[in-house]
Design a binder for this molecule. Sequence first.
Ligand code: UT7
Length: 323
Amino acid sequence: MINAKIIGTGAYVPEKVYDNAYMESIVDTNDEWITRRTGIKERHIAADDEYTTDLAIKAAQRAVENAGISAEELDLIILATVTPDYFTPACACIVQKVIGAVNAAAFDYNAACSAFVTGITIAKQFIVSGTYKNILVICADVLSKATDYKDRATCVLFGDAAGAAVVAASEEPGILTTDLGSDGDLSITCLAYKEDEEENAKRVSGEKNTIWMAGQAVMKFAVKAMADASNRVIEKAGLTWDDIDLVVPHQANYRIVDSAIKRMGVDKDKVYLTLHKYGNTSASCIPVALSEAEANGRIKKGDKIILVGFGGGLTWGAALLEW
Ligand code: UT7
């Protein structure tokens, strides 16, 4: 039986920082509101000439190095983004060329903030079917370029980052179970080509290609979706919450995480958080946190880890890993 296992992780965040004092200087907000309602203190922001693939390449190179393989050994690169450099070529193809993954197929996919769990689920299928051995999953976004910096309800939330993982064929257990879902609606939107006056009117700036969100509705959805999906992956594996060593959730808002873990009955000490430093960086939140948790020695071999996310679509996903 071939298993799919994460054998290396990597992350990159840009240098520039917008702290809460800076947010106070551009919109009618304050550190107290942002901290109490979200838990976010800082977000890292790409330079004007720094794009999704620039972040993705750095995270990818770190993940490949951490996995102890060469880029030539990669069979497939899949990259999730909602802020691509180009509509075509795919960001994955640009990364493939730059890192020298000469034997890899490459494509982009979009599952918004749920995309890391989606990506490792896709990777697992190619591996357990015997199609590929080494797959690089990258989540990268420059949400700052799609943020409406006139809308205080969203601009305080987002930052830029990339996270990556190498999923490889292994005789050891790795990605034990996953659960993906969708409930399509327009709670989180960023318009592309479609002309939609109603959508445009929701944006404070009126700028079409910016993110708008029904915050309260998303928050309500997120708490239930995260708890239910996590329960399902544990149940599918025949385990209980007592077996779980660490939970790495999507880092959107501390209140969402807190309510979700209460619903799960998990102790706060078992939850890894980065949102105070980076804010919501879309799909990269989970691999960035996972990479950091590993580097900090927070994860040891054999640990059982829940990854759980939710986001635009609406979508959700959970995975149970044995490290
Ligand atoms: O990965 C994508 C998923 N997205 C998310 O996870 C976001 C989910 N939603 C949230 O995190 C929360 O809904 C927000 C943080 C966006 C907003 O928190 P909330 O507790 O839902 O606040 P609210 O929208 O109900 O707004 C409460 C008040 C309003 O003022 P009034 O109408 O009560 O006078 C807002 O205008 O807070 C006001 N407000 C702010 N005040 C200061 C909204 N944003 C701000 C702000 N600073 N930045």
